[in-house]
Structures are given as structure tokens and as C-alpha cells.
Write a protein that binds this ligand. Structure first.
Ligand code: VG1
Ligand code: CO
Length: 543
């Protein structure tokens, strides 16, 4: 089987966004589209020849086709050993773990994560480096440059590989091993958390619901929660991964995880509820009639992580993305450890984790994780919560209230305006940026703007700089509004507006977040002219 060289021409739209290259399935299924991008990865990653590479995805529509293309190309490009999740499945955190555990050179993860799947939905490809984390911008930029120059790619002529049979085969000099996608990951979780204690809690009648949204976490959650921890069968809802996610929108938020919300707000709700997204790296946490904002979840987990065996030595530092609320900073201050503020996207946490500067990381978008892998990790967050609940023996509602009484509460909300006209969104952001120097001192009702800027991050490890990461407006009382455009969408633009206000007074800590933030929400609209410019009366999604 000699390698075949295929002539091709560049596509002009292969620029990775916040997390990989995400496009509609119709775009991805054009001839050569996957191949051009994958060859660009191989071309740019010097030293990948002869090495181990990991491939797997969230099982969405087009996963199976793309994997076969990548397997043939890997053989033709001289990859030494390819580790493939059985059935083409690997959750994002599980892929990160496999890369680390097997000391792979890197991995290719097939997913559009929280974006909808199916023939009319989205597909995506992301490259992760040997630390198990998403490639940093200097690499994604290089891959993008390469996609603009490519003239040929290499593949071999070979039939599709059977991905359902575990074990090793060879393809043109390359070893291909089909691995169990769940086992290594479940073992890692067992090494971090007190499974005995969590099992005893379930035996004592503790009830939970986990909604896998018919995406990749089903097999992981069933193995860990039901098989290893003894939660009753049926604890995992929508547990079979389906190519179209069974019509579910695989974004775990109160709007899309409606089965979970119904279970947690109906009569006799379980003690704990959780959901994950398409590729298993996000988590949504609920208690009976209670939604825990991801920002609060990060803060509570940081304050309690020492209760889990994997973190009993304490944390080295806590990192959060800029739009994430400052609740975690208060915990870091109290613990006397550093707190870091990074741009949106998990790739910015990699250096801090590798350098041992941070142990826990989190994003307001339902991403939480630690130095156990280099991706955010949905089930990990659920298990850390379970470990905390098992040790503290208190209902989750009381843990939340107790946290606010001790640290104060950061009321928080994110308003998303999805699928707005790109030109309108760009103009809104450009005008906001232009207005930055005039904002300080400007009055809004009985408050005024204290400071305003466009967030720029200088990586403390390698000194790289990421600018234009979101407009921040801070008011006199410390309240904050952040505006940025999404980098993961595939249709039009999505404007994200993040708002938060700190409440130190216990008497004011138990209000509804939308109501407690109504004044700030109105100011955010006045500063940017959201309603008048977009013509939208309300956000598409509120979290
Ligand atoms: C969104 C979130 C960001 C997250 C990213 C990938 O990006 O805001 O926090 O890291 O999705 O998550 P953006 O650019 O659309 O705001 V996942 O679970 O889709 O990989
Ligand atoms: Co995801």
C-alpha cells in the first residue's frame, strides 16, 4: 500500500475559533475539507512522524466518516501508532487523559462540543498537544496559515477499519489500537475521589439524576455512577450517544437540559442533578429547585476540594476565565493562594496547569476542571460535588447559602443574543471599543463608570499576549459588565453579555439573580444599545 498523494486547493475558512474548527456538517462533508485540515495539522506538527497519536470524538453525525479519513491519512503521514476510541468514541476529557497516560505526541478530537449535531448540525476538529490540552494559539495560527497554502495531502488506499473490535491491527506500517474509551478515565476518577464514601451515600438513599443529553457522557456516567458507585439504574437519563443527540441541543443549561430541570423542579425532586454537553467537558449542577451558576460552582468546589483525596494536599492556585464571576477570587484570597484571570477558552489554562501554578480552573460557561487532565471535565466536576456532599452530609442548598454567608454572593448572569447579523454585532463591538476612553465617569442613574477596557492577557509562563478578549465595564460599586462575541458558533454572530454584582450583606443574598441584577442589566443595554441595534427585545438564552 503505497501512500497516495491527492492534489487539492485551499479552503479559505479553516480558521480555528475558541475551541477547534467548527462548521456545519454540509461544509465538512465537501470533498477534501477534512483532509486539507488534517494534513495541515500533520504538516505543522514537526516531529509527529513515528509517534503515538490519539483519535476519538463525541459520536456526532459525521464522526465515523471523518475518523476513517484520519486513520488513512495518519498511516500515509508516517504516524507510528494510532490509539482510537472504540466506535470512534472518546469524550474530550477522556481523550486528554489517554494522550497523557500513553505519552502520545498529540490527539485529534472530533467534536463541535455544545453545538447541535445531526446532518443539519455542526461538526468540529480540534488538535491537542502532548500535555493533553488544546493547542495554544501559536499552533492553531500556524495550522490556519498552512490551510491557506496546501496543495496536496497524503492518504492510503485501504478499506474502512472495524472500530468496534478492541485490539491492535496494522495499516501500512502504522499500528492501530482500538481502546476502551471509558476504562482509563473511570480509573482516573476512582483515584481522585472517595468512591467508598460516595457509594455509602447512595446506599443511604441519596438520589441523583444525570442527563447525558444523548451525547458522549452516557457510557461514562453509566459505568461510573451506576456500575462503580451503585446509584440505582435509571440515574442516568438519555444515556445512549446518538449521532443527532436524539434531537437534544447538547448544551447543558436551564433552557436545553429541560428533562433535568423538570426532574429537579417537579414534585419530590432528587437530592442532586447534573448534565453534561456533547463532548463531556461541561457540567451543569442543580439541587432541588436550585440552579448552581458555574461561577459559584467553581468557588464552592475550590473551597471544598480538600475534602476529596486527590486534592487533600490543598490547591496551588485557582484560575478562571475573565468573564467568570469573581467568586473564585475570594476563595483564593482566603486560602492564601494565587488567583489567575485568563481569556475565554480552555487553551489558556494549559501553561498555568503545566507549570504547577494552578490546580483548579473554571469558566462561567459550565466548564470546570483541574490538573488531572488538560481539558475541562464534566463528570469530574459532578464527582467532586458528590464527594463534597458525601463528606459534608448537608443538602446542596445549605452548602450554597453557607458559602454566600461566608464569602458574600456574586450575583451573576449571562445573556446570549444568538444568530444576530454579523455586521450588526461587529459594529456594536467596534463602537463599544471606540467609546472606551469616554466611559469612565459617565453616570447611569445613581452610579457611574469607574473603569473600562478591552481585556488583554499576558501569559505569565511564556509571555505570549492575547488582546481584544472582551470589553469590561466596571461601575463605582464594583459591579461589572463584560461584552464579547462568541468564537464557537457556525451561523451569524452571538453576542454574550456577562453581568455580576457583589452582595456582602447576608440579608440581601437570597434574591432571584435576574431580579437582583435588573438595574445592571438595564445599564448594560444602555451602554451598548443592544436592543436598539439588534432589534431583539430579550436574549435568546439566559444562564
Ligand atoms: C464558549 C464558551 C467558552 C468555552 C467554549 C468551548 O466559547 O464561552 O467558555 O471554553 O465555548 O466550550 P465562545 O467563544 O462561544 O464564548 V465547549 O464545551 O463548546 O468546547
Ligand atoms: Co464541550
Amino acid at each position: 500500500m503505497a501512500p497516495v498523494i491527492v492534489q487539492t486547493t485551499p479552503f479559505n475558512d479553516q480558521k480555528p475559533g475558541t475551541s477547534g474548527l467548527r462548521k456545519k456538517v454540509a461544509v465538512y462533508s465537501q470533498p477534501h475539507y477534512v483532509a486539507n485540515f488534517v494534513q495541515s495539522i500533520f504538516d505543522v506538527m514537526d516531529g509527529i512522524r513515528g509517534q503515538t497519536v490519539v483519535v476519538g470524538g463525541d459520536g456526532r453525525f459525521y464522526n465515523a466518516e471523518a475518523i476513517q479519513i484520519i486513520i488513512r491519512m495518519a498511516a500515509a503521514n508516517g504516524i507510528g501508532r494510532l490509539l482510537v476510541g472504540r466506535g470512534g468514541i472518546l469524550s474530550t476529557p477522556a481523550a486528554s487523559n489517554v494522550i497523557r497516560k500513553h505519552k502520545a505526541f498529540g490527539g485529534i478530537i472530533l467534536s463541535a462540543s455544545h453545538n447541535p449535531g445531526g446532518p443539519d448540525g455542526d461538526f468540529g476538529i480540534k488538535y491537542n498537544t502532548g500535555n493533553g490540552g488544546p493547542a495554544p494559539e501559536r499552533i492553531t495560527d500556524a495550522i490556519h496559515r498552512r490551510t491557506g497554502e496546501i496543495t496536496e495531502y497524503r492518504t492510503v488506499e485501504a478499506p474502512d477499519l472495524d472500530l468496534d473490535r478492541l485490539g491492535e491491527t496494522r495499516l501500512d506500517g502504522m499500528a492501530v489500537e482500538i481502546i476502551d474509551p471509558v476504562a482509563d478515565y473511570a480509573d482516573l476518577m476512582e483515584s481522585l475521589f472517595d468512591f467508598g464514601r460516595i457509594r455509602a451515600m447512595f446506599q443511604g438513599g441519596f438520589r441523583m439524576t444525570f442527563d447525558a443529553l444523548s451525547a458522549v457522557t452516557g457510557p461514562y456516567a453509566t459505568e461510573i455512577l451506576e456500575n462503580r458507585l451503585g446509584a440505582p439504574a435509571g440515574t442516568v437519563l438519555n444515556g445512549t450517544p446518538l449521532p443527532d443527540f436524539g434531537g437534544h441541543h447538547p448544551d447543558p443549561n436551564p433552557v436545553h437540559a429541560h428533562d433535568l430541570v423538570a426532574a429537579m423542579t417537579g414534585p419530590n425532586p432528587p437530592d442532586f442533578g447534573a448534565a453534561s454537553d456533547g463532548d463531556g467537558d461541561r457540567n451543569m449542577i442543580m439541587g432541588p429547585n436550585l440552579f448552581v451558576t458555574p461561577s459559584d460552582s467553581l468557588a464552592v468546589l475550590a473551597a471544598n476540594a480538600h475534602l476529596a483525596p486527590g486534592y487533600s494536599a490543598g490547591l496551588k492556585g485557582i484560575a478562571r476565565s475573565m468573564p467568570t464571576s469573581r467568586a473564585a477570587d475570594r476563595v483564593a484570597a482566603k486560602l492564601g493562594i494565587p488567583g489567575f484571570e485568563t481569556p475565554t477558552g480552555w487553551k489558556f489554562f494549559g501553561n498555568l496547569l503545566d507549570a504547577g501554578m494552578a490546580t483548579l480552573c473554571g469558566e462561567e460557561s459550565a466548564g470546570t476542571g483541574s490538573d488531572h487532565v488538560r481539558e475541562k471535565d464534566g463528570l469530574w466536576a459532578v464527582l467532586l460535588w458528590l464527594n463534597v456532599l458525601a463528606v459534608r452530609g448537608e443538602p446542596i442548598g445549605r452548602i450554597m447559602t453557607g458559602h454566600w454567608r461566608e464569602y458574600g454572593r456574586d450575583y451573576y448572569t449571562r445573556h446570549d443574543y444568538e444568530d444576530i447579523d454579523t455586521a450588526t454585532a461587529d459594529a456594536l463591538m467596534a463602537d463599544l471599543r471606540a467609546a472606551l476612553p469616554t466611559l469612565p465617569g459617565k453616570a447611569f442613574g445613581d452610579t457611574s463608570v469607574e473603569a473600562a477596557d478591552d481585556f488583554e492577557y499576558r501569559d505569565p509562563v511564556d509571555g505570549s499576549v492575547a488582546s481584544r478578549q472582551g470589553v469590561r465595564v466596571i461601575l463605582k460599586d464594583g459591579s461589572r459588565v463584560v461584552y464579547r462575541l462568541s468564537g464557537t458558533g457556525t451561523g451569524g454572530a452571538t453576542l454574550r453579555v456577562y453581568m455580576e454584582r457583589y452582595e456582602a450583606d447576608p440579608a440581601g443574598q437570597d434574591r432571584d439573580a435576574q431580579e437582583a441584577l435588573s438595574g445592571l442589566i438595564a445599564i448594560a443595554d444602555r451602554i451598548a444599545g443592544i436592543r436598539s441595534r439588534t432589534g431583539r427585545e430579550a436574549p435568546s438564552v439566559i444562564t
